[in-house]
Every structure is written in C-alpha cells, then in structure tokens.
Design a binder for this molecule. Structure first.
Ligand code: SF4
Length: 383
C-alpha cells in the first residue's frame, strides 16, 4: 500500500518549502470543473475567474507591532502565502497598515469587527481589501460610509459571515446553514444597494458539514469569488483534518477561489497544510510529489529518516526541480517498484541494498547508504 505526500512540507520538522509554484502553475486537475466566478482584483493580484486558487493566512500578532508583523508576513510570503489578513481593532492598527504595506509584496486585508470607523481608517491607510463581519457591523448608515470609501478607492469587501457571531435574528434559525446564508444575503443586498459589486464571500463554521453545505448553497446564488475556510478548528491535528475535509471537499466540487487553513499554530503551518490540500487534489504543485509507503514488517530501513534526508537535500538544492516530478521511497524490494510504478524515479530498499527504478522499471542496484545521494544526482540530471 502506498500513500502520497507532497511536498517536503509534509514531513514534520522540516523547513517550509519555498514558494516554487508560479501563479500560472495551477488548475492541473482536469477532473475538477471550477465554478465560474467574477474576477476581482486585490492589490496586485486577482482572484476568481480563471485565476489560481490562492493561499491566504492571518497574522497572529497585534497589527500595531509592526516589526513582529513584518517578520511574520515576510516569513509567510517566502513560504507561499499569497494574501495576508491582519486584525484591526483600533486606530493604531489601522494606521500601521500603510507602514506594513511598504515592506511586503502580497496584498493585505483588514479584518474589521464591531467598529466601522476602523474600516474607514484602514482604507485610508491603503489596505487592499476589507473584511467586514455582518454579525457585528450591521447598521445601514455605517455600511453606507464604508461602501462610499471602498468605492472611492476601488477595493473589494469580503462579507465574512461566521457561525460564532451571527446576529440574533439569524442565529434563532434551526438550520445553521440557512442562518449563515441568510445573513450573507441580507448584507450583500445592502452592499449592492450602495453600488458595491466587488464582493468576496465567506461562510465559516466550526462544523464541517455546515460549512460545506453553506458554501454549496451560496455558490449557486452568486458568482462572487468564495473564500473558503473552516473556523475554530481546535488542536493541531484536528485542525488539519477538519480544514482538509472542509476545504478539500469543496475544492473537489469546483467551489472556492481562495483558501485559509485556520490552525492554532504558527501560521507557517497553515501554509504547509494549504499547499498540501491544493497539491493533493492536483490543483497546484509546489514542488516534487513524494510517494512513500507507510512501512511494515518487511521494511529493513529507517524509511522515515531516508525520506526526511531526501526532502532536506532537495529542499536545499541550488537547482530547480520540476514541480511535475514524482519521487518514490519504498520500504521493500518485493512490493516497492510495483506499488510506486507511477513515480518518475524511486528507490525500493532492501537489506543493505536499494534498487533504483524509473516508472516501475528497475535500472540499478546500489548500497543502501548511497541511495539518497544517487537519487538526488539523478534528479539533478533531470531523471
Ligand atoms: S515495506 Fe513493502 S510491503 Fe511493507 S508497506 Fe512498504 S512497500 Fe508495502
């Protein structure tokens, strides 16, 4: 039995893979029919339409702590984050955005709750997009003021509905999905009345089923881009599983234009998981794809150690590796080459030896200690 991991980012303890995929390196999975949406510009990028599904994350520090925020954003950019969101909970946070923008390359989104005036300040600071929570900014005259400024600056608004902060009139509904949708619909109606059409929608719940159903339904009602995410996902592994299921199932149905994996962890982990979701579905590739068996009693090598060694060596290679490459590391010679026959190149380990194979065809037998280096040199030579 073989399972796929991708890329080295999947291996615990390894550095996050550098963002290798160009934005054009997307939409590889032919079986997924992407839902048609409007294309919306956020700063120097576009989402929706035929644009790749982009990875978003959120800074986990007060926005006014500019030095810390920049360190986080720069790290996230290098890891592959394509849109960043910051919390704006006072004037200082809003004003910090103009300084932060000077030192980052990706668009920045202001996350606004409760006080619409912070949205106005953030827009004045040059923010690229506003996320409003309809659960706590709902007075029409306040929305009107934000809408006026958004139009002046020609930036989009995300209607960010969250199951944890629904207004009472919606939260009374017995059907949580309907509540999420109704709140979004009423808000979008108001925004449209004020002439706003650059809209992105998110309907996040901590319940995967509710999240999926809500997105499915809203995707039939509007052609605005959808930002996907499951919220408040719990502890680390719970978060990975819930996000992968919630976001992954929707992406498989062609729903979703940006994704955010919410984890109670360093945000770099969010990027790792997001990249893995996209690459596992064949939507985008960020480096080579690895096929490794889980090992069993037939295995006579520390395969995990070998896999980590290989991933690290490839990661630190000053050499561009094709993102289309599939590499196998298998724990035994009897089943390895056959089970990984789709790999472009691979090693199946035996006692003290390893066999090198290409597309399931054995081409060499080498000492176990030399296997990883041999694989690296073949990959450098283009396999
Ligand atoms: S060691 Fe061999 S039989 Fe066992 S899981 Fe790996 S490939 Fe399969």
């Amino acid at each position: 039995m073989a399972y796929k991991i991708n890329p080295s980012t999947s291996l615990p303890g390894l550095p996050v893979a550098k963002a290798r995929a160009g934005r054009g390196n997307a939409e590889r999975c032919r079986s997924i029919k992407r839902r048609k949406t409007k294309s919306i510009k956020i700063g120097n990028i576009s989402i929706g339409g035929n644009h790749p599904i982009l990875i978003q994350s959120m800074v986990k520090a007060p926005t006014k702590n500019i030095k810390t925020v920049l360190k986080q954003i720069n790290g996230l950019e290098n890891a592959g984050c394509e849109i960043i969101r910051v919390a704006v909970k006072d004037k200082q946070d809003a004003k910090a955005i103009s300084k932060i923008k000077r030192h980052i390359r990706i668009p920045i989104v202001a996350d606004i709750h409760f006080n619409y005036k912070f949205a106005l300040e953030a827009i004045d600071s040059g923010v690229d997009k506003i996320r409003l929570n309809p659960g706590n900014i709902f007075k029409k005259d306040q929305i009107k003021e934000v809408a006026k400024k958004v139009k002046e600056k020609d930036i989009p608004i995300r209607v960010g509905v969250n199951s944890g902060s629904l207004r009472q009139k919606y939260s009374r509904s017995n059907n949580p999905e309907v509540a999420l949708i109704e709140q979004a619909r009423d808000y979008i109606r108001i925004l449209k009345d004020f002439g706003i059409d650059k809209i992105v929608i998110s309907l996040k719940s901590s319940n995967i089923g509710e999240t999926i159903n809500a997105y499915r339904k809203i995707s039939k009602l509007y052609n605005y881009p959808l930002h996907l995410g499951v919220t408040a996902t719990g502890l680390f592994y719970d978060g990975i599983v819930k996000s992968s299921l919630g976001i992954g199932l929707l992406l498989l149905e062609g729903i979703g234009d940006t994704i955010r994996v919410s984890l109670l962890e360093d945000p770099l982990q969010e990027i790792r998981v997001a990249k893995n979701i996209l690459s596992s579905l064949g939507i985008r590739r960020f480096g080579p794809d690895y096929i490794c068996c889980p090992t069993c009693g037939r295995c006579e090598v520390d395969l995990r150690k070998k896999a980590r060694e290989l991933a690290l060596k490839l990661e630190n290679l000053n050499h561009k590796i094709s993102g289309d490459l599939t590499i196998a590391l298998m724990g035994c010679m009897v089943n390895g080459p056959g089970e990984a026959k789709n790999a472009d190149i691979g090693i199946a380990f035996g006692k003290k030896k390893g066999i090198l194979f290409k597309k399931g065809r054995i081409i060499d037998t080498i000492d176990q200690d030399c296997c990883v280096d041999m694989l690296v040199s073949k990959i450098k030579m283009g396999v």
